[in-house]
Ligand binder design. Structure first.
Ligand SMILES: *Cc1c(COP(=O)(O)O)cnc(C)c1O
Length: 217
């Protein structure tokens, strides 16, 4: 894998209004630094401890995005530095992020993770839960979090029609909420399906293996 070439190729290919999150989970700092030295600054991780360790080891102008499920008792570890949490999947989690952000004197940007896949997925809100959360009085009082959009993952399948349908569902919900809630960010698309996601209106893609190579767990 030529990580710096991959970064350059992606940046050339993606439209200017699409943000690339280089998903560096499981990858060592030495490899992430190859992307950094190619000019990339935005990285995505899915484990709190791993992200915190990499934040400590890497230059401080990196933007760290949390893309994986976050347990409430671990929010405090990332609250000082995380740039965007893509994976808010409950009101209780958002409440905890607000509390920890307040302690840090910050406002933390968040996305609500929406369940769009037909396959049984463990994490994410359904449409009604999203509407309920955004309309709740509690949410109106959270001054230290800003929900700037939605995130979703399509079913892992070769069926492109199904993937397109699932992304369309998320785009429709996003468009319905965008104006009232000043949404700016629709995070959808990974190595295998980002092209479909872009056609469906994504403006933030999370790409791991197509940049860093396959992961060994
Ligand atoms: C791992 C992961 C990605 C990146 O997956 P690739 O297929 O390697 O591009 C994107 N989003 C989430 C939520 C992930 O956990």
């Amino acid at each position: 894998m030529n990580i710096s070439e991959n970064i350059k190729t992606f940046k050339q290919q993606l439209p200017d209004d699409v943000t690339l999150i280089a998903v560096s989970k499981t990858k060592p700092v030495s490899e992430i630094m190859e992307a950094y030295n190619a000019g990339h600054r935005i990285f995505g991780e899915n484990k709190v401890q791993e992200m915190e360790r990499k934040w400590q080891e890497m230059p401080k102008d990196v933007e760290w995005h949390m893309i994986g499920h976050v347990q409430r008792n671990k929010v405090k570890y990332i609250a000082p530095f995380v740039s965007l949490i893509h994976s808010v999947d409950s009101k209780r989690l958002l409440k905890e992020i607000n509390k920890r952000a307040k302690n840090e004197n910050r406002v933390i940007d968040c996305l609500l993770q929406v369940k769009i896949a037909e396959e049984e997925s463990k994490f994410g809100l359904d449409k009604n839960e999203v509407l309920d959360l955004l309309a709740s009085e509690a949410f109106a009082n959270y001054k230290n979090v800003k929900v700037i959009g939605l995130m979703g993952m399509a079913t892992f399948t070769d069926n492109e029609m199904q993937i397109a349908k699932e992304f369309q569902k998320l785009k429709d919900l996003y468009d319905n909420l965008k104006e009232d809630h000043e949404f700016t960010t629709l995070s959808m698309g990974m190595s295998g399906d980002y092209e479909i996601a872009l056609k469906k209106g994504s403006n933030m893609v999370r790409v791991g293996s197509a940049i860093f190579g396959e992961r060994n767990y």
